[in-house]
Design a protein around this ligand. Structure first.
Ligand code: ADP
Ligand code: UDP
Length: 240
């Protein structure tokens, strides 16, 4: 088993630790909850455990569907061993239904489904407030080359298709989500970070009730209950 060593980085939702093996890290899922670039802070008990559970079920499912992730194994109920990646500083967002920043930027009502899903890139840079990037911005800033941009978009859309199927079985609509990619030593691009109600918009299929971080962002209440609902529903169909 991999042994956890020094803290490498503490982020808003996770702590990242070095291990006794150079190629592995441990990510510890915290109970804290942030929004609006950490201007709004909160937490609830068990949030780390729930998000680790959801991420684990999803990453195992993605692996089964031919999508490579950084997941190795869990060493406690809120700690995951992952392959160490050189992260690409992009928040890769996929949208199926209008919501959030898309709705406010373009004045499109939340809930309007798009004809086809699409990918957006945001610069992962808190000091700049994670600005939206065009492909030319990504190239000019040398964040990724054209082949990598194409690969990131293809991978993101493939992940979207797998997640739509997964959530649909749990009677949940996948509105949009954010993922992060990084590179292994070989240069191969692999899915990293997490996929959880912190990073997805998830609506109940019948009622459109929100089951994600918008409940915290918008003070809708029942935050913990909604995260619990998601883990219960997806694990009922897809296991732990
Ligand atoms: P943030 O940095 O946005 O506050 P987190 O609190 O989730 O986010 O911190 C986790 C950090 O670990 C993020 O910066 C993320 O890019 C990084 N990360 C995720 N997976 C890996 C990995 N496999 N290798 C290296 N870094 C990773
Ligand atoms: N998202 C995220 N981290 C961020 C920004 C967005 O996980 O720093 C997720 C968010 O939960 C949603 C999707 O990415 O599922 C699209 O978010 P949007 O651009 O609408 O921004 P927001 O409304 O969160 O400001």
């Amino acid at each position: 088993m991999v042994k956890k060593k020094d803290l490498l980085y503490e982020g808003k939702a996770k702590k990242v630790y070095l291990t006794d093996k150079e190629e592995f890290l441990v990510t510890e899922f915290k109970n804290s909850l942030t929004a609006f670039n950490a201007k709004k802070l909160g937490s609830f008990e068990n949030k780390g455990v729930i998000n680790l559970s959801i991420t684990t079920t999803i990453f195992k499912y993605l692996e089964k569907n031919g999508i490579k992730t950084h997941f190795v194994e869990n060493i406690s109920n809120n700690e995951m061993v992952v392959r160490r990646l050189k992260m690409i500083p992009l928040e890769v967002v996929v949208r199926n239904i209008a919501a959030g920043s898309f709705s406010s930027r373009f004045n499109i009502p939340e809930g309007e489904a798009f004809e086809k899903p699409f990918v957006e890139f945001y610069y992962k840079n808190d000091a700049l407030n994670d600005p939206l990037l065009t492909d030319e911005h990504v190239l000019t800033l040398k964040i990724a080359n054209q082949n990598e941009i194409n690969e990131l978009k293809l991978k993101a859309l493939k992940i979207n298709q797998a997640l739509i199927t997964m959530f649909d079985k749990a009677d949940i609509k996948l509105v949009d989500f954010k993922i992060e990619f990084g590179k292994l030593g070989s240069g191969e691009i692999v899915l990293g970070d997490e996929i959880s109600p912190d990073s997805c918009r998830l609506w109940d299929k019948k009622t459109d009730e929100k089951l994600d971080k918008d409940r915290f962002r918008r003070d809708l209440g029942r935050v913990q209950e909604s995260y619990e609902e998601v883990v219960t529903r997806i694990q009922k169909h897809w296991g732990k």
